[in-house]
Write a protein that binds this ligand. Structure first.
Ligand code: IPE
Ligand code: IPE
Ligand code: MG
Length: 218
């Protein structure tokens, strides 16, 4: 049996197409996407994955219609209400990362609450990228580095200490659903050596077997 990868990252794509093909509003696709997150977290715990990272909203996604953005920004609150108990029971620590200060205040408050209330869990770390862009993370890190250390740096490791994701191990397997084969500005440095897996299914149809295939067929 192959070793279970330490860190799996997923670009959860295809919520919109899933909904449109069913004659539903795009928001229904995002809600169904949240249910897929629940299933995937359960599966990751069962499979023994220690780090699961999900791309929920990119820094480019603000360009979408306001109604859709508003719904996505409300989802962390639904996620908190419906999932917090099960997450704590399963030992899942939740961390959000990205340019969090630019989020609506209500969204920021509820994600902080989610992080605080799961901080002591250690079976799985679930990291959710919200308002994340890799280029933003790198440029922000360089700005902070220049302020903290005018001598400059020699190695990538020193720069990494200034990333939002500084505690995150490098990605071993990167999955993207919906058939698209792009990186969309996600974890460009952290996934420099990751194995890429592209899956045709839309994110709301993502299942445990797809995760287990993605981590074993290598
Ligand atoms: C991914 O699904 C979720 C987000 C980017 C918020 P999409 O909403 O991108 O779904 P498609 O690509 O339009 O089908
Ligand atoms: C990338 O998906 C971001 C997430 C999966 C959250 P998009 O659907 O927004 O990406 P592009 O625009 O197709 O590259
Ligand atoms: Mg998409």
């Amino acid at each position: 049996m192959k070793k279970v990868p330490n860190h799996v990252a997923i670009m959860m794509d295809g919520n919109g197409r899933w909904a449109v093909e069913k004659g539903k509003p795009r928001s229904a696709g995002h809600y169904a996407g949240m249910l897929a997150v629940r299933r995937t977290v359960e599966a990751a715990v069962q499979l023994g994955i220690s780090n699961l990272t999900l791309y929920a909203f990119s820094s480019e996604n603000w360009k979408r219609p306001k109604q859709e953005v508003d719904y996505i920004m409300h989802l962390p609150s639904i996620f908190y209400k419906t999932e917090i108990k099960a997450l704590n029971k399963a030992g899942v620590r939740v961390e959000f990362f990205g340019d969090l200060q630019a989020l609506p205040l209500k969204t920021l408050a509820v994600i902080k609450k989610t992080m605080q209330e799961t901080i002591h869990n250690n079976t799985l770390i679930l990291r959710i990228a919200l308002n994340y862009g890799s280029k933003d993370e790198i440029i922000n890190g360089i700005k902070e580095l220049v302020q903290a250390n005018s001598q400059g740096i020699q190695e990538y490791e020193e720069l990494r200490q200034f990333f939002w994701t500084k505690e995150m191990p490098d990605v071993d397997v990167m999955i993207r659903t919906s058939g698209e084969q792009r990186l969309s500005n996600f974890l460009l440095m952290q996934a420099a050596n990751a194995r890429l897996v592209f899956i045709k299914a839309y994110w709301p149809d993502f299942e445990r077997d797809m995760l287990s295939d993605a981590i074993t067929n290598n």
